[in-house]
Design a binder for this molecule. Sequence first.
Ligand SMILES: [Zn+2]
Length: 608
Amino acid sequence: MTAGRGPYAQYRAILSDFVQSVKQQADIVKVIEGYIRLRKAGAQNYTGLCPFHKEKSPSFSVHAVRQFYHCFGCGVSGDVFSFVGKIENVGFPEAVRTVAQKCGIPLPKREFSSPEEAAEARLRGRLLELHETAAAWFSEQLQGPEGALAREYLSGRGLTPQGIKTFGIGYAPDSFSALRDRLGATADPETLRASGLFSAKEQGDGSLGPIYDRFRKRVMFPIANEGGRVIAFTARTLESGDKAGPKYINSPETPLYSKGQVLFNLDKAKAAIRQAGYALLVEGQMDCISLFLRGIKHVIATSGTAFTEQQVAILKRHTSNVVVNFDPDAAGAKAAEKSIALLTEEGFNIKVVTLEDGLDPDRFIRERGVEAYTVAVMGARRQSDYLIERARQMFSGGSAEQKVKAVNYLLPHIRRIPDKLVRDQFAADASQKLGINSAVLREELRQAALRRRDHIEVRSTSLTEVEKVMLKALAITDPAHEAARRKAVAAIMDQPELFESLGAVRALQNLAGRGARDPMEVVEDSAQRALLAETLLAEIEAPSETDVEGAIVSLQQRQFEGHLRDMRAQIAEAERRGDFTELTALTQRKLDLDRALRKLHSRVPHGA
Ligand SMILES: [Zn+2]
C-alpha cells in the first residue's frame, strides 16, 4: 500500500497525536530504569552500563529534560520509543504501545502504520492468548483423572499444590488431538501451526500434513517472558523405556519465543535479584523452581544449555553479580565453565558454589534444608579460586608438565577478564596456589594479565567552545530562547563557509534545517550525533543571542586570520619576484583586513 493512502492514513494521523501525547507523558528515565540501573550524574543526567554493547564502565547517558539517551561507546541514541523498540526488539508501533502501557496511558483503538505490522501484532496477540488457554488447560488436565501419574511425579519431587500453582505447572495427556480439539475452534490452522504447540508431518509432495499435539504424556512447565506472560513450554516425559524419547523437550522457536533470549524465572526473580544485589544462576528449571518455592527468590535458570550472549545481556540489565550453582557432574562443570567465560567477558563478578556430596541444588535443599543451602551459597568461591582449584584437580601430581597444562588451562580465563587489577590478582593467585617457580610460566601468567584485547570505545573528539555554543543554540526547543536559535540558523544558511572547518559541521547543517523536529532525530551520522549528545548532556545553559553572536564573530575572526596568513605569504612571494604593482595592491588589502579584524576583536564578547 502506498504511504498516505487507504484506511491506514487516518490511523496514522491518530497515531501521530497519540505518539506525541505518550512522549510528553512518559519519563524516559523511569522507563529506562525498568531495564537497566541508572545513576544520577548531574542535575539532569543519568548514566549506566549500555545494554546495547559490551562495556565495563558506563558510557550510556540519559537526559531527563531533553528526554533522550545516547551511548558514547557504541553511538546508539534516540528517544523513549527507540530505546524500548531496541531493547524489546519490537517495531515502532509496539514500542509506543509498550511505553503507553508502562505509563498507564490508555491506547487508541487502532494504531498500526501498515497492514503487515497490524497482522504481526495480531498474530503475536493471538499466540499469547493460545498459550494462556493452553496453560490453563494443561493445569486442568493435571488435576483431572489423567493427571494422576504427573501429580505423583511432582509430589515425588517435593512440589506442593501451592508450588504447582505458583509456576502454573500442568499436564499434557497422552493424546495426539486433545489440545487440538480444545484450541481448534478458537484459532485458524495457520495460527495453531505458528504457536509451536503442534507438529505436522511432511507429506510426499513437501507440504505439511494435518497438525497434531506436540506434547503428549508430559509434565508441562510454562516459560514466561519478562512480563510474566506464557510464551512457551518445557515438557518432561513421564514415559520410560524405548517409547520415552527425550526427557525434556521445549517449544520450538516461534514469533513469541526464542530460546537463547529467555532466562527462566526472570519475571518472578527480578525484583529479588535487585534487592539481593546478585542473581543465583542454576542449570535446571526444577532446581530453579525448588529453590524459589523455598524462599530463595533471586534464582534463575539457563534451561539446561550454556548461556547465550543475549541472556547475559538481559541479566546485565538487572545485576552485575552472579553466583553460579551448576550440577556437580562433568557436564555441569563444562556448562559452568562456558557460562563463566561469557559472564567474565561482560565484566560480571562471579562466584561459584560447589555443593557437598555431588548433590544438585534441588536435592541439596530438599535433603539438607534452606539454611544449609544458604550457608553453601555464602561460602561460594571467587571464580579465580574455583578455576585454579579445577586446574589443580585436572592436572594434579605437581610435575613440571602438569603445571604447564594447568597454566595453559587458566590463561584464556585470565585474558578474558576486562579489569586489569582483577587479572593481575588472578595471575598472582594462580602462581602461588599452583606452586609455580618457573620463571617462564610466571612470565606467561604476567603477560596474560598484561595483554587483553581491549574494547575500543568510539569516543567523540572534543568540541571547541564555538561548536558547543552553536550546537546548543541550534538544538533549542524552548520558545523562550528561540531568537538565539534563529540567529544560529541564519548564520549557517548565509555564511556556510564560516563553519566548513568545524568538526561538527554536518551536525550543525542538519540541525539548521530541522524545523520543529527533535534535534537528536535529525543528525544521522553516529559520530556527529555523539558530538551533539555530548553537548546536550553537558550542563551548560542555553546560549543567548549574544553568545551566538560571539561565536559567529570568533569564527569570522578565524576566517580573517586565515586570509591574513595567505596575504602575508603572497606579499613575501611578490617581494621575492620584485613585483611592486602586485605588492602595493596586496599591502593595501592586508591593511583593510587588519582593520576589519581589529573591528571584529572589539566585538568579541568575553568568553566566546
Ligand atoms: Zn552502547
